[in-house]
Design a protein around this ligand. Sequence first.
Ligand SMILES: Cc1cc2nc3c(=O)[nH]c(=O)nc-3n(C[C@H](O)[C@H](O)[C@H](O)COP(=O)(O)O)c2cc1C
Length: 341
Amino acid sequence: MKLTEDPTASSRKKDHIDLAFQSRLTAAQLDTRFSYEPLLAAHPDGIAGYPKGFLDKQIKAPIWVSSMTGGTQMARIINTNLAKACAEFGLGMGLGSCRSLLDGDDTLDDFNMRPHIGTQPLYANLGIAQVEQLIASAQTDKILNLLEKLSADGLIIHVNPLQEWLQEEGDQIKVSPIETIAHIVREMDISVIVKEVGQGFGRESLRALLKLPVDAIEFAAMGGTNFSMLEMIRGDEMKKDAFECMAHLGHDASDMISTINELIPEMAHEVNCHNFIISGGISGFLDGYHAIQSLHHNAIYGQASAFLKHAQGSYEELQSYVKLQIEGLEFSSAYLRVKES
Ligand SMILES: Cc1cc2nc3c(=O)[nH]c(=O)nc-3n(C[C@H](O)[C@H](O)[C@H](O)COP(=O)(O)O)c2cc1C
């Protein structure tokens, strides 16, 4: 190829002149989280330096589709799109609450994503209140049935006392969640991930959780979709006025990253959980890359609402979104270093 061959040069040069004044940024708009190192790598072919496996499965990018919906016609479309994207791009996925499947198969098609996701990680999901009730009524075999009918790799338990407390129809949690989770990991030979739903976990909860042999902790931190807020919007106006302040409680992802980075060396041999899904308010690949580089342990990042935005229509829309996210991660891994905070 001749080096002077550049058929679009003329129109491109014209664009540059026309658009130059619209394309000015100020130093105040700098993303100060990263050091940009343009000299040290070629344009990348793949994402450098991230774990290629997660929970004993192969993944091609460190991205997790965080648990969302089920039980409506729309959910089936959303979940199918998400599962197909996981299969195509090598990601993992948590299903939304599968409670409706504990006693019947009416909604099975909304959740039955194994045929679409292929061999990628797929986790079923139940709330802590349901798991507590199953233990109390000696029906934990229903969890095994659930995993079997979905061909799921394991169970995500979402721990959501604030959401349940604020929800009109919410369940009462009668046993401390850590006891319920300890019972499950002690008595059942299944892979377990534990998550919140948008408030994250504080230091002492993380300390207790890290001691248990759960396969991963998903942050579901404060800073993104917040189910406590969502329940208040659904509910009574006066209650919202009184309790809106509660939705602002919790821990954001960067707070949880620092806490885990401090706790793991401090707890040393007491730590039994070594995998993390950093989620809650991750708006795209830069946030995700920053998060996984900042945690000094095996981590991928998760997003719920960002995927939801693109998963409600055609598969092609979601496909384009995920492709761009992966390209962004590839570039980031070649040229960006996270600054120590
Ligand atoms: C529509 C929707 C439904 C959700 N349903 C569940 C659920 O059933 N179980 C669960 O553990 N989390 C559920 N979540 C919470 C997400 O998994 C995630 O923790 C939370 O949305 C924060 O992530 P984000 O900021 O990327 O949206 C849901 C989130 C959304 C947006």
